[in-house]
Design a protein around this ligand. Structure first.
Ligand SMILES: Nc1ncnc2c1ncn2[C@@H]1O[C@H](COP(=O)(O)OP(=O)(O)OP(=O)(O)O)[C@@H](O)[C@H]1O
Ligand SMILES: [Mg+2]
Length: 336
């Protein structure tokens, strides 16, 4: 106990030395993971305890997002999307794991740093329109408010507010209060408000959840404008398939982990390009892979599966337990 493994003598067989080396290797791995990415979620865990019951909302989630990307996050209700957004927004802290946004270590920020982070580094748009805008201020006043809190001069903040609202097609709404604007206009105004302090990242949690499909498309294109014209990195949580018209990368979250990613080769443009989307499973750094239920269930795969290494792929076969379950017709109740 307490003895420091010798670094000098290369006693490769000493278990202490091996463990120390492994620790150093693992630490290096952690440090290097996501080097160069704007958003780095490294084995993120968030456990809620409510009324004595533990809910593992995030179960070791890994996610990297590069500067300038626009990414959609999808997943069933309760899969952990909002939990992740709240952590990235600096409103909540992870139970374990590391999370960095634009070089800010979100798990280790003081209250003061957290405030500065929320003012300057991230902007957010929530599903509920009334959570985004103050009802008694006009669109322009709402957009000026974060700049006022950040100490911007009156003229600069007026110009920036008008410029952003006009960019998002709200030139007519400058002097209207939220109750004088449509739901889609309110959400676009919310995007303008979120952009005023020039954030690195814009987080939108179901921004079109309360809108019809035509209005939703306008909000998605406003988020795309923020990405393309202002260079802001955008993360959108949504159930709306229409989001695929503005993003190239869709990350699916299942049970608190990233499970699949769909990458689109190209967006519909002027030329004769055929859009081509490929869904990939995510293999995490521990070698874990989530096999989709639609693939495993028809083959009766449960419990143990057998792997076979082929020259260019790995085959997965139902294991003994899976096969036993499949071949026991006298127990139909067990078939699930
Ligand atoms: N404050 C909390 N206290 C306890 N459990 C919570 C809390 N917030 C979320 N959870 C639980 O954590 C899990 C993930 O919730 P989360 O809100 O992240 O899901 P979501 O993917 O955003 O779902 P939805 O699509 O319905 O918005 C759920 O099981 C939820 O009940
Ligand atoms: Mg949610």
């Amino acid at each position: 106990m307490g003895s420091v493994p010798s670094r000098g003598g290369k006693g490769g067989s000493s278990p202490r030395t091996s463990i120390a080396d492994l620790g150093a290797e693992s630490a290096r791995h952690h440090r290097d993971f996501g080097a160069g990415s704007l958003i780095v979620c490294d084995r993120l865990v968030r456990i809620y305890v409510a009324a004595g019951i533990e809910v593992q909302a995030l179960q070791g989630l890994d996610l990297l997002v590069d500067e300038g990307e626009i990414v959609a996050l999808v997943g069933a209700s309760g899969s952990g999307k909002s939990t992740l957004m709240n952590i990235l927004a600096g409103l909540d802290a992870p139970t374990a794991g590391a999370v960095r946004v634009a070089g800010n270590d979100l798990a280790a920020m003081s209250a003061r740093q957290r405030l500065a982070y929320r003012r300057r580094v991230v902007g957010f748009v929530w599903q509920q329109t009334n959570r985004n805008l103050l009802p008694y201020l006009t669109a322009q006043q709402n957009a000026e408010l974060p700049m006022r809190l950040a100490g911007a001069r009156p003229r600069a903040r007026r110009e920036r507010a008008v410029e952003l609202l006009e960019l998002l097609g709200l030139g007519e709404c400058l002097h209207r209060r939220p109750d004088q604007m449509s739901g889609g206009e309110q959400q676009r105004a919310a995007i303008a408000v979120a952009l005023t302090n020039d954030p690195k990242v814009l987080l939108a949690d179901e921004p079109t959840g309360e809108l019809d499909s035509v209005t939703a498309a306008e909000v998605f294109s406003a988020l795309q404008k923020a990405n393309v014209e202002l260079g802001v990195t955008v993360l959108i949580v949504t159930h709306d398939p229409a989001v695929s018209s503005v993003v190239r990368r869709v990350v699916a979250i299942r049970d608190g982990r990233t499970s699949t990613e769909t990458l689109r080769d190209t967006l519909a443009g002027d030329g004769e390009v055929v859009p081509h989307a490929v869904e990939y499973a995510v293999l995490d750094r521990a070698g874990r892979l989530q096999l989709p239920r639609e693939m495993t269930e028809p083959l009766g795969m449960r419990g143990l599966v057998r792997l076979e290494a082929e020259p260019d792929h790995i085959g997965v076969w139902p294991g003994q337990r899976s096969a036993r379950k499949r071949h026991r017709p006298e127990n139909p109740g067990e078939s699930r």
